[in-house]
Design a protein around this ligand. Structure first.
Ligand code: GLU
Length: 509
């Protein structure tokens, strides 16, 4: 049973653009919150100053807004548990870590970065397993467990840099229930004494995350699988703080895999195979490198979201097209799979095609008109609607609306070399010239009358229809693309049709 008081959060670290997997985590949290009439919170986890990227927070907010994923509380809208940005909450963590020091569940450690590196190297050279700061090694290190109380006090008062580490209990099995994976158990000998508080005076992710989930009364932590290994440590923190009674339930989402299923989907896969892995275009503030985004590549947010929802969750039926409201109704954590889901870029296009073809002609007209205005072209609504009627079925991406129809709005600037080599033969010029003469006599210029004239023409001259139509298309469209030739001609009108032929003949002869 899930209570009415569901409170979930999306807690990104602003270290760069949001990956598909991050959007999906936000989406599942959002669906879960809406389904149970709960509250959805955006918390920014920016305690890692070294990896902090200034423009990332804004990017994350804009991306989720584009997706239609809205928050009830958080950095944008505020709320009863403000502030929602961890760098603005440092006093809270500073105070709270004192409790763990007092109860002996955490300790000061003075080992310098250099000393730790040296010991790691020593382990490596000796061929031993990787060095871990843990129940075995902590007795040999420089920390408040090994140094005298006086020395610890002196070091702190003289400003000797230190971190605060959790003291993982020995020889215990931590067991918890994951809503997706079921029972998970981990032996504490596999856990290290993670740093909770850093020398820069800020907490690490682990401490800040648990403290905030508690203070913000989070009921369910739904996050990526990469955090599963951290969950036992988080459980211990709930125990040490004596917060177990209100501890949230955990659900770790499986990975989104590369199209071939071999490993986690990365930006490099997108670059290599030509699809975006980010919702919006991203410009790296240091290198200036620009990465593709679904929005700029011509995807509709509804299609993008629908595709993402089904990457890991399944409704248990054959239904594939879901509006956001339908997703909210149908979603359940129980139907999220345990195993990773392969990302399929073709399926992403398929979804977009479905959503584009479900748009009304008027909606598509508005989209095409905004593209026309970018090309400084104006056309009447009636004309744009006729074009939409002929070209919409071929569109997968928003940009295809323009790519498939530009020749209705401007004459070709060049003739495609390949189509020219294939379709412009020596008699083509003469055929077209004679045909144009017949067309100029026509009173009523429609696709049907043009078809009659063309049929009559090919019979009379004893040629195949293709010998007329292919070079004709080259002159009118500039290549062999486009819908039916007669339909194009009818929309263009007789005057424009004959003019393009004339220009074409003067160039191609
Ligand atoms: N800040 C973490 C991240 O960037 C949040 C993980 C969690 O949800 O606990 O993914």
């Amino acid at each position: 049973m899930i209570s009415e008081t569901v409170r979930v959060r999306f807690a990104p670290s602003p270290t760069g653009p949001l990956h598909l997997g991050g959007v999906r985590t936000a989406l599942y949290n959002y669906l879960f919150a809406r389904k149970y009439h709960g509250t959805f919170i955006l918390r920014i986890e920016d305690t890692d100053q070294q990896r902090f990227v200034r423009s990332a927070e804004e990017y994350i907010i804009e991306s989720l807004g584009w997706c239609g994923i809205h928050f009830d509380e958080g950095v944008v809208s505020g709320g009863p548990f403000a502030p929602y940005r961890q760098s603005d909450r440092s006093m809270i963590y500073k105070e709270i870590i004192g409790r763990l020091l007092e109860t002996g569940h955490a300790y000061y450690a003075f080992d310098s970065v250099g000393e730790l590196e040296e010991i790691r190297n020593r382990y490596q050279v000796a061929g031993a397993e990787q060095f871990q700061y843990n129940y075995k090694t902590r007795q040999e290190m420089k920390n408040s467990l090994t140094l005298s109380q006086q020395e610890v006090a002196d070091r702190i008062s003289t400003g000797n840099p230190y971190v605060i580490r959790i003291r993982i209990p020995e020889n215990e099995v931590i067991v918890f229930n994951d809503l997706i994976r079921g029972k998970v158990s981990v032996h504490t000998s596999n856990l290290d004494d993670k740093v909770l508080f850093k020398s820069d005076g800020l907490p690490t992710y682990h401490l800040a995350n648990v403290v905030d989930d508690h203070l913000m009364k989070i009921t369910h932590v739904i996050r990526g699988e990469e955090w599963l290994p951290s969950a036992p440590l988080h459980l211990l923190l709930y125990r040490f703080f004596d917060w177990e009674k209100t501890m949230p339930q955990f659900a770790h989402l499986p990975l989104i895999l590369k199209p071939d299923g071999k490993g986690k989907l990365s930006k490099r896969d997108g670059d290599r195979l030509g699809f975006p892995v980010f919702p919006l275009q991203w410009t790296d503030p240091v290198s200036g490198e620009v990465s593709h985004g679904y929005r700029e590549d011509g995807y509709l947010p509804e299609a993008f979201i629908n595709m993402l929802a089904l990457l890991g969750w399944n409704p248990g039926t054959e239904k594939e097209l879901f509006s956001m409201n339908e997703l909210i109704d149908a979603f359940s954590i129980e139907r999220v799979g345990k195993h990773g889901s392969k990302f399929d870029p073709e399926k992403a296009k398929w979804f977009n095609h479905q959503y584009l073809s479900h748009k009304t002609d008027d909606e598509l007209m508005e989209i095409l008109k905004s593209q026309l205005s970018r090309h400084l072209i104006t056309a009447s609504d009636e004309y744009v609607l006729r074009v939409i009627g002929l070209t919409k079925d071929r569109a997968n991406l928003i940009g295809d609306l323009w790519d498939n129809s530009w020749f209705f709005f401007q004459s070709p600037q060049a003739y495609d070399e390949r189509s020219r080599a294939k379709n412009w033969q020596s008699p083509s010029g003469e055929i077209i010239r004679n045909f144009a003469a017949d067309v100029s006599e026509m009173k009523d210029f429609t696709k049907d009358t043009l078809h009659e004239v063309a049929s009559h023409f090919v019979t009379l001259h004893n040629i195949k229809m293709g010998q007329l139509m292919n070079p004709l298309r080259l002159l009118i469209v500039g290549s062999n693309q486009g819908p039916g030739m007669m339909e194009i001609a009818e929309v263009l009108g007789k005057k424009e049709f004959l003019q393009r032929i004339e220009v074409g003949l003067s160039i191609l002869g």
